[in-house]
Structure formats: C-alpha cells, structure tokens
Ligand binder design. Structure first.
Ligand SMILES: *[C@@H]1O[C@H](CO)[C@@H](O)[C@H](O)[C@H]1NC(C)=O
Length: 305
C-alpha cells in the first residue's frame, strides 16, 4: 500500500520536475493573436524542406519513417535520396536532420500548422536552380546527392533563407511566447548556417569537380540569385565578397553574412516564397514547391487558389 502511494506520488511529481524544457509552452492558452499564428506557421514550409532534405541525405528516408505524425498526412517528397556523404559530413547532417524534427514539433506544439506540402527534392530541381544561378546549364547537371561537397553546396541554399525569415518575423510578433519560439528557432538555424558556411569556407578556393568553378563562386552565384529572386536588394552574400561588403568594409572573407553593421538580414514571407519557388513571384509556385507553400500567408498569394 505504502509502495502504491509512493508510486502514485512519484507519478504526480515527475512531470513537473522536468518541466523546464516545456516552459516555452506553458502559456499556450494565452492569447496569441492571429497575425502571430500566421507568422509562426509560415516557417513550417521551410522546416519541412530542411527536415526531409537532411533526413533523406543522411538516412535515405524522411519524416514518413522518422516522425510520421509530424507530416500531418502530407505527400511524400519527390526525388529525395540518401547522399554519398563521408562519415563526418553525414554525422553533421544527421544532427541537423533531428534538429529539424524538433523544430517542426516546437512549431506544431504552439500553432496548429498544416500538413507537409508537396516538395520536389529531385536532383533536377537543384540542377535547375544552379543553372539559373550560373545563367547557363552546368555540364554535367549539378547533383546534390553525389558527394559531400555537392551536398553542402545544396545545403547552403536552405537554412539561410529560414534564418532571414525568422529575423524578419521577430519584429512583427506581439506575444512573448511567439517571440521566444522564434528566437529559439533562429538561434539554431543560424548555427546550422554557420556550420555549413564554415565547412564550405575551408574549401572556398578549391574547385568543385568536374566544373572547374570554385566553391566561393558557387556560393556567390547562389546568393546573387536569391537577391535577384527576392527583388529587395542585397540581403545575401557568398563566401568571398568585395572588401566593401565584408565586415566593416575591410575584408573579403565572409564566413558569415551580415549588413554594414554585421547584423543579420531580414526577409518577409513574400520574399522567401519568391526565392524558394524560384519564380520571383510569391503567386507563382514552382521549384521545390510544385503546388506552393501552405498556411494562410502562402495560400493568400496563390493565384490559382
Ligand atoms: C521535379 O522537378 C523537376 C525539375 O523541375 C522536374 O523535371 C520533375 O518533373 C519534377 N518531378 C515531378 C514528379 O513533378
């Protein structure tokens, strides 16, 4: 009997004794305004992309197997596959993959969100994006899954866009719970971006086989493409820049991107959609999102909707 009571008491006490990691959500019932909810669900579009790309890259399968509940029943991504990664890169990518699973859960614990949108993660989608960045077809077509270096270059495409979105969302959020969540997501997304950039920066002057084009040039072209698609000026910088764009206008090495004061650039959801659709138009889906993003903000722009 005493044992029963002890077990019962322990059960009562246990949940609250490890609640510090749940504190973020204690206020869930507090009134989060609709505008916050819209801004909080929007990044699910990118988090689904990142989770799937990293999970497949490291493991050869995605959320359907790793965390099926988080898909909300949305379609399986097209064309994603296991990448040919060396053990070190695979280790890092797998950590990113699990971090993205956590991000999806954190957002969905706070807002209702939406199911995984259709994602086209085929080599061809990446190849087309790179062709657009270079203004000519690369020969052979760029394959993100063929090597660690190619995979890191493809990864350069993703967390950075998410992080500028979190910077942009923060100032529009009203509720402290929303701001806490976005600051937490921003912290880890910018960490991922920094790791990817640092790994690429180590090889900045090396040529990417078989193209005879340096790693730095790849990043510069991708960043220029994103600036062009976003059409709101310079918010994206490659790994080697003119001195005037480096920190304090004094240095060409650009391991991290930032404005004149080395403060992170901000993007709106609309700019992000223009970039990830590859269409320069938030109303015209394509690229990685054949049917467009989901959530109130993305859907409000879809011309066919
Ligand atoms: C995925 O995108 C590529 C490149 O745009 C395209 O060729 C391919 O048909 C798409 N796959 C599907 C199944 O829609």
């Amino acid at each position: 009997m005493a044992m029963c009571i002890l077990v019962f008491l322990t059960l009562l006490i246990l949940p609250s004794s490890h609640s510090s990691s749940d504190e973020l959500y204690i206020d869930k019932s507090a009134k989060i305004p609709q505008s916050d909810l819209d801004l909080l669900e929007f990044p699910l579009n990118l988090e689904y992309f990142e989770a799937e790309f990293f999970l497949y890259g490291a493991l050869g399968y995605g959320l359907d197997k790793a965390a099926p509940k988080l898909t909300g029943g949305g379609p399986t991504p097209l064309g994603a596959k296991k990448a040919n990664l060396d053990p070190f890169t695979r280790d890092v990518v797998l950590q990113f993959a699990f971090q993205e699973v956590g991000h999806l859960r954190a957002i969905k614990n706070t807002v209702k969100g939406f199911p995984r949108p259709l994602l086209n993660l085929s080599s061809e989608t990446f190849a087309k994006t790179l062709d657009k960045a270079f203004g000519k077809p690369l020969n052979p077509p760029f394959d993100p899954y063929s090597s660690s270096l190619n995979y890191l270059i493809a990864s350069y495409l993703i967390p950075y866009v998410g992080l500028t979105g979190y910077v942009g969302a923060n100032e529009k959020l009203e509720n402290p719970v929303s701001r806490r969540l976005v600051a937490g997501l921003l912290g880890v997304e910018s960490g991922q971006d920094a790791v990817i950039r640092a790994l690429l920066y180590e090889k900045a002057t090396q040529k990417v086989p078989p193209y005879g084009i340096t790693v730095a040039e790849f990043t510069n072209k991708i960043s220029s493409l994103r600036n062009e698609l976003g059409h709101t000026g310079l918010k994206d910088e490659g790994l080697i820049v003119p001195n005037s764009d480096g920190a304090e206008g004094k240095i060409a090495g650009n391991v991290l991107a930032g404005d004149q004061d080395s403060v992170a650039y901000a993007r709106t959801p609309e700019e992000i959609l223009r970039i990830v659709y590859g269409s320069a138009d938030e109303g015209v889906p394509g690229g990685f999102y054949p049917k467009g993003g989901d959530g109130r903000i993305a859907r409000s722009h879809l011309k066919s909707a």
